[in-house]
Design a protein. Structure first.
Lengths: 323, 309
């Protein structure tokens, strides 16, 4: 039985925005990255799993319990770290976390003990008695993680946990997530649009775009498949792309560069021959390092934030030839 | 934080015990609801919060008890100088169980308390995005709503009953015959509690409804004060014009006036204001209180069922 199971999950918000569009996916224990650009439906999926919002249609289970009817049972064993600010500035970290432990059903003494323990775990010591209003973003994020952990959940749902953090803060937060998942044996789902981060902590990836599942696979499968060669030419990139496409390669034009899905050694020869035949001024050929980003190459810019893309690109088209 | 070690103990070493899971009991939804109720009551009085958060509620609570204390002080003085104590505890006294509501609303203590403290619950939770943390726990949305409202209602009940209790203590303990005084005052207990419950539920429900829809504190404060004063002014004008059908019905928009009538009915006395001139029977006012309570609770429940987090 998978930890989480979604079947044809659809969520339409009033006003016609479709956040999830027939999503079907099974997720097992581990540290799972939920990746997608802003507005892909990550937060919506997490909220449905928590029972915070109802799906328009379809079904989902967590721990084999229906999210529509067994919400309170599920939530006793799930920790949730929201993306947005969610802490009262006038209360101390200790007050907030121990109060929320009670709200998860922990007895008073246990709530106090666990609060001290998780706050220490996330790296808050003396400052935990001070009002949260004076905390840095990094400290606030730690408190948010602590409140999600305080009732010792079996599943952690983290929505953009590195939001607003500087590089050092990101590293620390990712390290915490990694430890929480590996050492404590708590299943973790990390939603993020930053693939570089997700890659560092997750062992399984679920990629969604426009509310649809792009792919769910172990991390290794993603990186293998998305090997990409970037060929930069002075001009004539369209002609090059057309020529390579005619030879059977998947290509995308990206300014002066042509991105080619690597498909064995054959691609290198084809690129050399095609460029020679067309007589194009070649600048460079390189293997792209940002492997996972290629999955979302056609996704809207970050600025397009809240709204999901009107018509998502056909999945897989940018990722390379069918495996 | 740590107790000083005895001198001969080995130098401390820190052991990283690592993360320990929690295997103890999980008390679930019922416990979470009770805890949130207690938390709401405590938060309303600023308990477990900063000194600044305690100022307004405690100031108003002290003010609410002042009339009772003053009457007791008068009682003590009159008894000492050999005056007629019955003048002060009797029907001519301005501060009695049945006039307490008028005394408190006359000083606007209840509505000021609502305006100052109701936004501390619903408003604060919405302003800082805390709702999503509550809804992600063992609670359901309606559990959250009811625990919050009832916690505030309990706080209002304290505000109303404490002055009554102080008055009761003074009247009984300072009487020459304590037992007789106790027996004399005991029949007032049911109407005191009944009126207290109605006052707390109606004022609590209405002010929490306003704060549920106005996360911004300043607007909520203004809204609650407007809700409790503007209808009162209209009703005051209407009743001073004398009875007419339209005028009588218009008295039903003022929470203060409605509760004045239920108070008079519960204690079996006519209110000391213009309620004499209003032709509607008492039962209409009890019905109005009920409609106000059920309506405001329902609106709050609906609000938090549909609010997006």
């Amino acid at each position: 039985m998978p930890l989480i199971s979604a079947r044809a999950l659809t969520k339409r918000y009033p006003g016609g925005v479709t956040a999830l569009d027939g999503l079907t996916v099974d997720i097992d224990r581990g540290i799972v990255g939920l990746v997608g650009s802003n507005g892909a439906g990550k937060s919506t999926l997490i909220k449905i799993l928590l029972g915070l919002i109802d799906p328009t249609s379809g079904s989902a289970t967590v721990f084999d319990l229906d999210v529509r009817t067994k919400g309170t049972d599920i939530r006793q064993f799930v920790g949730y770290m929201p993306e947005h600010d969610c802490l009262p500035p006038d209360a101390s970290a200790t007050d907030v976390v121990s109060h929320l432990a009670l709200m998860s059903g922990l007895p008073r003494t246990a709530a106090r003990e666990r609060t001290a323990e998780v706050l220490r775990h996330v790296g808050l010591y003396e400052e935990r008695y001070r009002a949260i209003g004076g905390y840095s973003t990094g400290m606030k994020q730690r408190v948010k993680l602590a409140q999600a952990l305080v009732h010792d959940p079996r599943l952690l749902l983290l929505d953009e946990p590195t939001n607003g953090l500087d590089p050092a803060g990101r590293d620390e937060m990712l390290e915490l997530i990694l430890r929480t998942g590996r050492e404590f044996g708590i299943a973790v789902i990390v939603a993020s649009h930053l693939l570089g981060e997700i890659e560092r902590v997750c062992n399984f990836l679920v990629a969604i775009e426009g509310g649809k599942l792009l792919r769910a696979a172990p991390l290794g499968d993603f990186t293998e498949q998305t090997g990409t060669l970037a060929v930069e030419v002075e001009d004539g990139s369209d002609a090059l792309a057309a020529g390579l496409a005619a030879a059977g390669l998947s290509t995308i034009v990206d300014g002066r560069a042509v991105l080619i899905a690597l498909d064995g050694d054959r691609a290198y020869d084809l690129v050399r021959d095609t460029i020679a035949d067309l007589g194009l001024p070649l600048i460079r050929i390189e293997q792209r390092r940002h492997r996972l980003e290629d999955l979302f190459r056609d996704a809207p810019e970050d600025g397009a934030a809240a709204l999901p893309p009107p018509a998502p690109p056909s999945p897989g088209a940018t990722a390379g030839p069918p495996a | 934080m740590t107790a000083p070690l005895p001198a001969d103990s080995p130098t401390g070493s820190i052991y990283d015990l690592g993360y320990r899971g929690y295997t103890g009991p999980r008390l679930g939804r019922g416990f979470a609801i009770r805890s949130l109720f207690t938390h709401s009551l405590r938060t309303t009085y600023g308990l477990g919060r900063t000194t600044r958060a305690k100022l307004a509620p405690w100031f108003l609570l002290v003010f609410a008890v002042l009339p009772s204390i003053s009457i007791i002080a008068a009682l003590v003085l009159v008894a000492r100088f050999g005056g007629q104590v019955s003048e002060i505890v009797g029907a001519n006294s301005p501060i009695r169980y049945d006039t307490m509501f008028s005394v408190l609303t006359g000083a606007a203590i209840i509505s000021l308390f609502c305006a100052a403290q109701a936004p501390e619950l619903f408003g604060r939770d919405q302003r800082h995005g805390i709702l999503s943390l509550y809804f992600a726990r063992a609670l359901r949305r309606t559990d959250y709503t009811l625990a919050r409202i009832l916690g505030f209602v309990a706080a209002l009940l304290v505000l109303y009953l404490l002055p009554q209790f102080v008055l009761f203590l003074g009247r009984v303990l300072l009487a020459t015959d304590v037992v007789a005084a106790f027996q004399h005052d005991l029949p007032s207990l049911p109407p005191v509690i009944a009126e207290g419950v109605l006052v707390a539920l109606l004022y609590g429900g209405l002010s929490m409804t306003v704060s549920a829809y106005t996360p911004r504190r300043a607007y909520a404060v203004a809204g609650i004060i407007a809700l409790f004063t503007i209808p009162g002014v209209i009703t005051g004008v209407v009743t001073s014009l004398g009875s007419s059908t339209v005028g009588d019905v218009l008295t039903l928009i003022s929470p203060g006036f409605i509760l004045e009538r239920t108070n008079a009915a519960l204690f079996g006395v006519q209110g000391n204001f213009d309620t004499l001139f209003v032709g509607l029977p008492d039962v209409v006012y009890f019905a109005a209180v009920l409609v106000g309570i059920v309506g405001s609770f329902a609106i709050c429940i609906r609000r938090f069922r549909t609010i997006s987090v």
